[in-house]
Design a protein around this ligand. Sequence first.
Ligand code: HEM
Length: 468
Amino acid sequence: MGSNKLPPGPPGLPILGNLFDIPPVEPWHVFYKWARQYGVNSGEVVYLQVLGRPVVLLNSVQACNDLFEGRHAIYSDRPHFPLMDLMGSGWDIPMMTYGQKWRTLRRIFSTKYSVASSLVSFYDEHRRSSVVFLQHVLNSPNEWANHIRLRQGQTIMGATYGIPIESRQDPLIRTADEYMGAVSLALSPAMWLVNPLWMTIPGVRQWRRSAEELRTKPFMMAKEAFNKGIGRPSYVTSFLQEGHVDEQAICDTAAVAYGAGYETSVISADVFFLAMVLYPDVRNRAQEELDRVVGNDRLPDFTDRDRLPYISAIMKEVLRWHPPAPTGVPHLLQEDDVYNGFYLPKGTVVMGNVWGLLHNPEMYPEPERFMPERFIRDGAFDCSANDPSRFTFGFGRRVCPGRVFSEDSIWLLAARFLSVFDISPADPKALPEVSFTGGAAPRVKPFECIIRPRSTAAAELVEVSARA
Ligand code: HEM
């Protein structure tokens, strides 16, 4: 191919390679360091080797565009995730090899989740779940983290199946929690690169059951409601009504929304709360905008979006500051290739360094700071030059098809929560740390905060909206 020189990277041990260089928790900091240390003369391409498997980190916009977009025909496959195989997740689009089955299912999924007219039809679910959320926070503010999980579960389950979820204890939410915990583990670099270890994980059988339940149970419930004529409008019911898509495909693609969308949305909501606790100036500025534009006698809505630029900027900054999948989801190179004069062997695992790209100080000055102002130009919301969603949601043909749905969800949460509640640290002298659990979709470590209605009128507005 004209070059057999591998890109630079950290030296590893014989056979084991860089196995012990990748920490199980917050590995993105190490990836970031390597990008700075080794990427300078290679167009930001860094080479690792783990137990004989070549792994490449792409650390620049250029490299991600050139390879994931420009050469998508050979950069869109997935590596094997042994733990996912054990869980019987062959139906799950994110894990699928790049081929006809993936193409068909992804197209079906996208006709509802990536098309503007369908996304608008999900607005009512976002609205409904956000009002329930506000009421729960009003009644038990210390339980805010549980209320977030319920709200995100309600939104996804409502939009996908039309199934109302009443409580955090709902078995469907528990199933999703369990399955996504396993997926996060299965996709974390430390786990899938070190494949023999998962054999010993005790919960595998239970995870397999959760995966099957997640796949079939809510679909059967939605279908039954549809057949009785009592199904709420949703992804599943609209396909059943249209009648042109095979039922198994509806069932499998619906489960993907629930599986891929639930945990990631919970994390971004948690990140929003953490940012609001740590950055009171941001919260104040957002509330000033909400009061001026929306006033205090109704909740903000999607129709206000164009007039709430700072809320839109907060939503983008949440996705940038701590992306729910900071190391992305790995792609697999299907052919030998040469890039910038470096040889990339067939079978290389190629990872966009999501967190590193979003913390590049040239594109995002003071990257550790939560600063929505970076998306405001001349008083208007503008992320045309630095839209974090270009990285947060992955790359090329495998880019997340749920990204606009997720942005809608975060936007409404931020607008409505800040319009009626104040939030502050539990102890101003001991602010919560910005730290995360392990896994490919790391959760914000639990923290406490104080949440109060902004006024008696705000509390009443929440009650009235919940009754409406
Ligand atoms: C803040 C929320 C979310 C984030 C950060 C996120 C992030 C990602 C990332 C990084 C990928 C991998 C892209 C790649 O391979 O390069 C992905 C794939 C995917 N996401 Fe999301 N996601 C979110 C929410 C959602 C939602 C709400 C849905 C469904 C409604 C969804 C459905 C999917 C699907 C189906 C894939 C697989 C795409 C494929 O392999 O072709 N995601 N997501």
